[in-house]
Design a binder for this molecule. Structure first.
Ligand code: 5GP
Length: 351
């Protein structure tokens, strides 16, 4: 029998956060750091729970340097060489390595590379945080690999995804033994999965539902993809996401790597592309394999200056949102949020 779910699922653009009376007098009273404990990893992290995506343009060593100084997380892309990772983790480069996630896919090559690197850096940085990342987290093999990584690296904070539904969130926490489940399919700025496959799930509902499942089991979720403005980040936290991952909002900052366009040696714009785009596959895998299609696109984004400025803007917005809803700390954001379903989020007269 064919099925249809009639309840309408929501995206960030379908809601606003309702303001509430509060005792907060100033944005400076808001704490946007959060201390995390994890279900499996014994590690504690005291951080601002915002992550830069492990895309090869934004998930760079330079990004890690800037963001770790601000208390935010960088998920490094997986295309650096083993030696580059080893140098990164073993050198005294003023980067707090707890604020970095090492990315890995499910291929044997990826796992072997991880084991090799982690063995060599053991003395300097035992059990780095791991981001086990695939486009489709619904395969049996994916859960097995997550579990295998947990056995190999029991003390690592392991984030695994992407999924968008409760049963797979539960599966990844219970049997994959992931600490954090990454949520989002088709919501990304340079993602074309919804166009190429018709598959997806509105991001806000996905986050709310997966967070509910994860929190019931002592796990966490990270909302990945679809934040276009700072308000969307606030809405993701409002939907009970523990972490929020961003790609496009950091694309075009100084810390990015890739094809820059220059005008008289000044950066003007950057080519930003999905990690499943034709561009990425040509760069890293010698082209698009015959049996698949690209599920990402390339765009040109304007130069935005230093990542620090983007961080300021995000944290300012988050603090302000906290004062509007009476959340003294980011941890309470979800608890304090009531959403209103809307037809219109803002005035577009000057857009
Ligand atoms: P953004 O913050 O730019 O909206 O979304 C970033 C997220 O988009 C990434 O963290 C990743 O989950 C997703 N993404 C990146 N590249 C691709 C791609 O080529 N295809 C798809 N389907 N998703 C992508």
């Amino acid at each position: 029998m064919q099925k249809i779910i009639n309840e309408i699922k929501l995206d960030f653009d379908d809601v606003l956060i309702r303001p509430k009376r509060s005792f907060l007098n100033s944005r400076s009273e808001v704490c946007i750091h959060r201390e995390f404990g994890f279900k499996y990893s014994p590690r504690k992290l005291n951080i601002i729970p915002i992550m830069v995506a492990n895309m090869d343009t934004v998930g760079t060593f330079a990004m890690a340097k800037t963001l770790s100084q601000q208390g935010l997380i960088t998920c490094l892309h997986k295309h650096y060489s083993s030696q580059q990772y080893i140098d990164f983790y073993t050198s005294n480069n003023e980067i707090n390595k707890d604020l970095v996630f090492y990315s890995v896919g499910t291929s044997e090559k990826d796992i072997n590379k991880t084991v090799d690197i982690f063995t060599k850096i053991q003395e300097f940085k035992p059990y780095p945080n791991i981001c086990l990342d695939v486009a489709n987290g619904y395969t049996e093999n994916f859960v097995k690999i997550a579990h295998k990584l947990r056995k190999l690296f029991p003390a690592s904070v392991i984030m695994a995804g992407n999924v968008v539904t409760q049963e797979m969130t539960e599966e990844l926490i219970m049997h994959g033994q992931a600490d954090i489940v990454k949520v989002g399919i088709g919501s990304g700025s340079v993602c074309t999965t919804r166009l190429k496959t018709g598959v997806g799930y509105p991001q806000l509902s996905a986050v709310m539902e997966c967070a509910d499942a994860a929190h019931g089991l002592g796990g966490h979720v990270c909302s990945d993809g679809g934040c276009k403005v700072v308000g969307d980040i606030c809405k993701a936290f409002g939907g009970n996401s523990d972490f929020v991952m961003l790609g496009s909002m950091f694309a075009g900052t100084n810390e990015c790597e890739g094809e820059w366009q220059y005008d008289l040696s000044k950066k003007v714009s950057l080519k930003f592309y999905g990690m499943s785009s034709k561009e990425a596959m040509h760069k890293h895998y010698n082209g698009v394999a015959e049996y698949r299609t690209s599920e990402g696109k390339a765009v040109i984004v304007p130069y935005k200056g230093g990542a620090e400025e983007i961080v300021q803007d995000i944290l300012g917005g988050l603090r302000s949102a906290c004062t509007y809803i009476g959340a003294t700390k980011i941890k309470d954001f979800g608890k304090k949020t009531t959403f209103i379903q809307v037809n219109n989020t803002h005035n577009r007269i000057f857009e």
